[in-house]
Design a protein around this ligand. Structure first.
Ligand SMILES: [Zn+2]
Length: 209
């Protein structure tokens, strides 16, 4: 009788735990500290990726998805003097040792020709779900931002994509080199729009996965 009670208790508490345990998504605001990434005038990619990532955290958390950021300030993740490899290794370790279900690394594009614009998703084959995640995120970005017919691109030479073992992709939110898009990327409205596009993408991915 006691054994039956114990088994019932374990099943009950496991179910409760499963119901209250929220989905965790890791968001990596690209660059930071000494590495500002791309820049136009005074505006650095690292500042915009952080602003967009904070909006993502706000929007996801108001929709019951817990978000952990690899950085919450403009500092990089190396100890002391900036070392790019150490910064990247720390991001990878944080993500791989977390209980997150997936990770999105947030970046912005810059190109020599102004005409290019639109969001684009990059992935690698490190995790077998990466392509599905990338396709779902690209579809959602295209649908909600309505500014691109870009397709996902597989890349084998990106450290983060090669080392992160949970489902992961890089989101290039838009081109800083396109004047109109650069203005949009700096507004809170558009940053929220990106955050919602990513939320709907994650929700769609979870239905397919
Ligand atoms: Zn970047």
């Amino acid at each position: 009788m006691l054994l039956l009670f114990c088994i019932a208790f374990v099943i009950f508490t496991t179910k409760i735990f499963a119901e209250v345990s929220p989905l965790v998504v890791y968001i990596d605001p690209g660059h930071g500290g000494m590495d500002g990434g791309a820049s136009i005038g005074e505006v650095k990619e690292s500042n915009l990726t952080l602003e967009i990532s904070k909006k993502i955290k706000e929007v996801f958390e108001s929709n019951s998805i817990q978000v952990v950021l690899t950085r919450e300030t403009d500092d990089d993740l190396s100890d002391g003097s900036f070392v790019k490899r150490e910064d990247m290794l720390n991001r990878v370790t944080q993500i791989n040792t977390s209980n997150a279900s997936l990770a999105l690394s947030i970046h912005l594009n810059k190109f020599s020709m102004e005409k290019y614009r639109g969001a684009q998703v990059f992935y690698s084959k490190t995790n077998s779900n990466n392509q599905l995640l990338a396709e779902t995120m690209q579809t959602s970005l295209s649908l909600y931002l309505k500014n691109t017919e870009r397709k996902i691109v597989k890349r084998d030479n990106i450290f983060l994509l090669n080392k992160v073992t949970i489902p992961c992709c890089i989101i290039e939110c838009g081109f800083m080199s396109n004047k109109e898009e650069f203005q949009l990327l700096q507004t809170a409205d558009y940053q929220y729009k990106i955050a919602y596009a990513l939320l709907y993408g994650v929700e769609d991915y979870l239905k397919l996965y």
